[in-house]
Design a protein around this ligand. Structure first.
Ligand code: PLP
Length: 429
């Protein structure tokens, strides 16, 4: 299997290892698989890590990772993945937040770290993993690479725009992890990171790797939980699974569409965005109009120009999607109301991101839809306690891994929204 850039009509083709190490294609495009395999789901495995290896194997063929895919999946996906029916709703919640940093990004980040580490030769110079985060990515990437020989992680996050617990979680690792708060928004952090990757002089002096959701090494493994839950649902009900997915940079939803396109029993996919309307406008027929991101309660989805959009349009042109994909936008008041209502009616606590998915479910029901839906629950609500606790009137227990991190001292430095300042700190070592 080879990978090509979304911007190159004809080649060059890259190996998986080259695509994983490079992050972004040399022409600035995103790597996509040259072709999509088709899996035979009869006889598919049952356990999560076995399903993951089975779904990823065709994408690894010809790569030095092929022989290691089972071990990589077993190491990366070693935490629970509940698929929890919510009684009397014909809906289930796929809880993606039981990894070390309590957000779904642990799946992709842990696999990526394992893969990059497996590809590393002992003689290779140290690798700097440079990552912009709107809150959860940085923590997941830090957790995945923490203590891994040959790697250091540099995290940039928008100052004041992540929750207090998220900020602490980004800055509490130490060792090979460094954390910077940038005076700007997430899109500014992302632009700084893209600028560093495009800086040939810098890259001649420093081995840079990407861990943002543009990285294939995060995107591909995220198919695992869709593959597992769709197979599980199909075995139980005989029907394909429909998903509602909280969406920002489109990495999570794209993984679901990829899983569908390689043969997993997946039906409709609904994207649930916050007040950043770029995708709901686009899939509503309004054209693609990127905008500066708006700050919302679902801050990990505060994205005005989703980084995977180019890949999405390349792999799944909107003309071909029809009703199989739709998108909606949910405002902060609707997020608050949903958290309160779902706690009251169903005794279940949503994080603000997952609340967007719930609002989309309610809109489907109001329009007469009675099908079963699986909601991707992307973060543990205790990560957003300042939003959630006042709404439900009670304190949330912090998951143990997160609690350990919150007990450690945090260390963060300020960084100007300036490519020169970033270059300087990267070269300072
Ligand atoms: C990152 C994140 C999202 C958005 O995922 P994308 O892959 O960027 O669309 C949603 N919810 C939470 C909690 C996140 O951390």
């Amino acid at each position: 299997m080879h990978f090509v850039s979304t911007r190159a009509l004809q080649g060059p083709r890259s190996s998986l290892a080259a695509a994983l190490n490079a992050g972004l294609a040399p022409d600035g495009g995103l790597y996509v698989p040259e072709w999509l395999p088709m899996l035979e789901t009869q006889g598919a495995p049952v356990a999560l890590s076995a399903v993951a290896a089975w779904a990823l194997t065709p994408f690894m063929s010809g790569s030095e990772l092929a022989r290691q895919v089972e071990r990589l999946c077993a190491d990366a996906f070693d935490f629970p993945l509940p698929l929890l029916p919510i009684p009397s709703t014909a809906a289930s919640v796929l809880e993606l937040f039981h990894g070390p940093t309590a957000a779904f990004k642990d799946f992709g980040a842990r696999f990526l770290a394992g893969a990059l580490s497996a590809l590393r030769q002992p003689s290779d110079p140290p690798t700097t993993v440079l990552v912009a985060t709107s809150g959860d990515t940085g923590g997941a990437v830090a957790g995945a690479f923490h203590g891994l020989p040959g790697f250091r992680v540099v995290i940039l996050y928008p100052d004041g725009l992540v929750s207090a617990r998220q900020a602490h979680q980004l800055a509490a690792w130490g060792d090979n992890i460094r954390c910077y708060r940038v005076a700007g928004r997430f899109d500014d952090c992302q632009r700084l990171v893209k600028g560093a990757f495009a800086d040939g002089a810098l890259r001649a002096q420093l081995r840079l790797a990407s861990a943002n959701s543009i990285s294939l090494g995060r995107l591909l493994p995220q198919m695992s939980y869709y593959a597992w839950s769709a197979l599980t649902h199909y075995r139980q009900s005989g029907a394909p699974a429909n998903y509602i997915i909280p969406t920002g940079n489109l990495g999570n939803a794209l993984a679901c569409l990829l899983a569908r396109s390689i043969g997993l029993p997946i039906g409709e996919v609904v994207l649930a965005a916050n007040a950043n309307r770029v995708l709901s406008d686009f899939y509503g027929g309004g054209g693609y109009q990127p905008h500066p991101s708006l700050a919302t309660l679902a801050n990990a989805m505060d994205v005005g120009d989703p980084s995977n959009f180019e890949r999405m349009r390349w792999l799944f042109p909107p003309e071909g999607l029809g009703p199989a994909l739709s998108a909606g936008s949910v405002d902060d008041q609707q997020i608050r109301d949903a958290i309160r209502r779902v706690h009251h009616r169903h005794d279940y606590v949503l994080c603000p991101h997952t609340a967007c998915a719930w609002v989309m479910l309610e809109r489907l029901r109001a329009a007469g839809d009675q099908r079963h839906w699986i909601l991707a629950a992307t973060a543990h609500p205790a990560k957003f306690e300042t939003v959630v606790e006042p709404l439900i009137g009670q304190t949330l227990a912090v998951p143990p891994a997160l609690a350990t991190l919150l007990d450690r001292p945090a260390h963060v430095e300020a960084l100007a929204d300036d490519p020169g300042a970033l270059r300087e700190l990267l070269l300072a070592g």
